[in-house]
Ligand binder design. Structure first.
Ligand SMILES: C[S@@+](CC[C@H](N)C(=O)[O-])C[C@H]1O[C@@H](n2cnc3c(N)ncnc32)[C@H](O)[C@@H]1O
Length: 218
């Protein structure tokens, strides 16, 4: 998958690219490219944003700057999906992640300050996605959330089986994962459920399914 991120802060992604699962799939199942709007802006002195028409605080990312960045990267406007990250978008969930992870090419647009000129969302992007009903200072963290969530669905990202039974997976009927415990079996009187120490795999499986169902209904 080719995943392109347009941002004002490309160096913010350094940490993410060194961590699993992104590091495991980079250069293999994932080709991650970072583009700075400043590198291709048609304006002087690296300008990328401007005052909002109608007044008000903050600066708005200009549509001509975003178009120039896309055209420089693709030699025209891309014909694959372009996701604008914005609090006003469709809220991200696991089914949206699975859907986007199935694309061969995907572009993410992030903004800062007051956000995008609306024409970026309506004319240059095909999708608008929010990572939740709260406002962050920039689209870099939302883009990283999406890159991480997509990367772990790509072949080679996770140890075999580990991404199969987890929260929101079809294996758990879209519900939440059951609780996990590890050693010690008794810590300050906080004991691990007996069934997990029983060695009876059928009972353990039944207990886990029940826990998953109970949590998902809560
Ligand atoms: C300070 S926010 C702009 C908020 C915007 N003025 C509003 O009230 O909806 C700056 C940028 O951060 C990103 N951002 C902030 N919160 C986000 C969220 N929940 N989901 C996706 N992107 C977000 C977007 O790229 C946004 O344009």
């Amino acid at each position: 998958m080719q995943l392109d991120v347009f941002t004002l802060v490309p160096h913010a992604f350094g940490w993410l690219t060194e961590q699993r699962p992104v590091a495991s799939v980079l250069g293999r199942a994932l080709d991650l490219r970072l583009f700075s709007y400043r590198d291709t802006t048609p304006l002087r002195a690296g300008q990328v944003d401007d005052d909002p028409y109608g007044g008000g605080p903050g600066m708005v990312l200009r549509v001509d700057v975003a178009a120039a960045a896309l055209e420089a990267a693709y030699g025209g406007l891309p014909d694959h999906r372009v996701v604008a990250l914005t609090p006003q978008g469709r809220q991200l969930d696991q089914s949206a992640v699975e859907e986007l992870a199935g694309e061969e090419r995907l572009t993410l647009l992030s903004a800062r300050f007051e956000g995008f000129d609306e024409r970026i969302v309506t004319q240059l992007a095909s999708d608008a996605i929010s990572i939740g009903p709260y406002v962050l200072s920039g689209g870099e963290l939302p883009a990283m959330v999406l890159v991480d969530a997509i990367a772990r669905r790509l072949p080679g990202a996770l140890a075999e089986e580990s991404g199969v039974v987890e929260s929101f997976s079809s294996q758990l009927e879209g519900g939440l994962e059951y609780p996990h415990y590890t050693r010690p079996a008794d810590f300050r009187g906080w004991r691990v459920p007996e069934v997990l120490l029983s060695g009876d795999h059928a009972r353990i499986e039944e207990w886990r399914r029940e826990q998953s169902r109970t949590r998902s209904l809560a």
